[in-house]
Ligand binder design. Structure first.
Ligand SMILES: [Zn+2]
Length: 198
C-alpha cells in the first residue's frame, strides 16, 4: 500500500528528471518504521557532469548526509522507478539498505535481476529484500515517452545514427556508439545527447 505511495513520489521525481532532459528515473529512501522520507533524488548525470549521479546514488548520499553518518540507520527502504544498475546495486549493498522496491525492469542495464545480478553474487555481503514491478507500467511509460520524444526531435548529432529503440534499456544505447564517436562527444551539449545511461 505505502509501497505504491512512495513509488508515486519516485515517479514524480522521474518526471522532474525528464523535464530536465535526464533519463527519467527517480528514487526515494524511506524509514519504514516512521514513514519518514529520509532522502529523494531525480536522476542527474548530465546536468551534474557526473557519470555516477544516478538517482539511487544521489538519494543514498542524501540519506547519509541527513544521518550524519556513512552508516545509514537500519530499516530503510529504497524506492526507485527502474531496476538499479550494477553500480547502484553495489552502492545500495554498501549502504546496507534493508529493502529495495523497484518499478520497471531493465534487461539491458539492470544489475539486480539481469546482468551482473550483484546481490546474488557470493562476494556480496549485504543483500536487501527486493520487490519489483511496483508501478512498473507508469515507470516504463515515462521512459518510453522520453526516448520517443528524443527520436522525434533528434539533435544534429544523433540524427542519422538510426539508434535506439525507446525501450527502458535505452539507458545503454550509448554503448552502441563506437568508441570514436563517443570520444568525439566533447561538447556538453553533445555529451548530454549521448548520455543515455540514467
Ligand atoms: Zn544506477
Amino acid at each position: 500500500m505505502s509501497d505504491r505511495r512512495h513509488m508515486g513520489l519516485a515517479l514524480s521525481l522521474a518526471e522532474e528528471a525528464a523535464a530536465a532532459g535526464e533519463t527519467p528515473v527517480g528514487c526515494v529512501i524511506v524509514d519504514e518504521a516512521s514513514g519518514e522520507v529520509v532522502a529523494s533524488a531525480a536522476n542527474g548525470p548530465i546536468g551534474r557532469n557526473d557519470p555516477t549521479a544516478h538517482a539511487e546514488i544521489l538519494a543514498l548520499r542524501g540519506a547519509a548526509e541527513a544521518t550524519g553518518n556513512y552508516r545509514l540507520r537500519p530499516g530503510l527502504t529504497l524506492y526507485v522507478t527502474l531496476e538499479p544498475c550494477a553500480m547502484c546495486a553495489g552502492a545500495i549493498s554498501h549502504a546496507r539498505i534493508a529493502r529495495v522496491v523497484y518499478g520497471a525492469s531493465d534487461p539491458k542495464s539492470g544489475g539486480v535481476a539481469h546482468g551482473a545480478k550483484v546481490w546474488d553474487h557470493p562476494q556480496c555481503h549485504w543483500k536487501p529484500a527486493v520487490a519489483s514491478g511496483v508501478e512498473a507500467e507508469a515507470a516504463a511509460k515515462l521512459l518510453k515517452d522520453f526516448f520517443k520524444a528524443r527520436r522525434n526531435f533528434p539533435s544534429p548529432r544523433s540524427a542519422g545514427e538510426g539508434k535506439g529503440e525507446g525501450d527502458m534499456g535505452s539507458r545503454a544505447s550509448d554503448d552502441r556508439l563506437s568508441p570514436t564517436r563517443r570520444f568525439a562527444a566533447h561538447s556538453s551539449a553533445a555529451r548530454g545527447e549521448e548520455e543515455d545511461h540514467e
